[in-house]
Design a protein around this ligand. Structure first.
Ligand code: 6PG
Length: 252
């Protein structure tokens, strides 16, 4: 059972990016005030680009104590870090090269290793070290903030419909083969997503209207769609969507 679910429907992509930036700053500052740091997992794809650009400039850039941020990723394509498809490169170019997060607090997913399972295991070790003192007894890490996107077939991070990674109950990071992409991906697993303090879905565009309606209608007790399985127990779930993506929802 998600502790709380919230909807914020914004007029258009620029308004959505601005609200996402405002929420990002608020969430980071709450975590830093409470625990001295904020551990965030960034999403990839195209939607967050506008958010990252906003965060890298005033007023948002000046509203966060970036030295207290620890930056991880929710998933990564199996490409080098300078590849055009790299989620790391997206965040590096649009945000991390422009704000003072200490280099040792940026944790890139090593998705470019030849052996994908070794990549997943290596990243899990990185996260176990990052969360070591905070986990006392808990099996899964508790990210302060995780930003997610929504794929047109209902995937989020790199958890695609039908993936065996959806059934993962122990590992923090998986390296599923994605039929649709004819490639492997690296991804956080559902237990990690569902242990976060706050999860934000950032969804924009009319092409996402159909899948968003299906995700919301997916039965929570046995969801068919990966994005519908994201229900942070004891955490806050925020759907940040623009009006075009929300256009098929009841009452939209
Ligand atoms: C990725 C993302 C993925 C993304 C969705 C939405 O690596 O592609 O993590 O889960 O968030 O596919 O992508 P868009 O924002 O490009 O629509």
């Amino acid at each position: 059972m998600t502790a709380s679910t919230e909807w914020s429907i914004q007029a258009d992509p620029p308004a959505l990016a601005a609200e996402a930036a405002r929420r990002f700053v608020d969430s980071c500052n709450r975590s830093i005030a409470a625990r001295g740091r904020c551990i965030v997992a960034l999403s990839g794809g195209s939607t967050p680009r506008a958010l990252y650009h906003l965060l890298a400039a005033p007023p948002y850039r000046d509203a966060v104590n970036w030295a207290c941020l620890h930056v991880a990723w929710g998933d990564e394509r199996c490409v080098p870090p300078d590849h055009a498809d790299s989620n790391y490169r997206l965040a590096r170019e649009t945000l991390l090269d422009r704000v003072p997060v200490p280099a040792e607090q940026v944790y890139r997913m090593p998705a470019d290793m030849l052996d994908h399972e070794s990549s997943a295991a290596a990243y899990e070790t990185t996260l176990r070290n990052l969360f070591a003192e905070a986990r006392v007894g808990a099996h899964f890490p508790r990210f302060d903030l995780i930003y997610l996107g929504l794929g047109v077939e209902g995937h989020t991070v790199s958890l695609f419909p039908g993936s065996s990674a959806l059934r993962e109950t122990a590992r923090w990071v998986a390296a599923p083969y994605v039929e649709k992409l004819h490639d492997h991906r690296l991804t956080l697993t559902l237990p990690v997503l569902n242990n976060a303090r706050e999860v934000v879905f950032l969804v924009a565009g009319a092409e996402k209207a159909g899948i968003l309606r299906r995700v919301i209608a997916d039965p929570p007790e046995k969801p068919l769609l990966p994005a519908a399985a994201v229900r942070p127990v004891g955490g806050h779930l925020l759907w940040l969507v623009d009006r075009a993506a929300a256009s098929s929802l009841d009452g939209a």
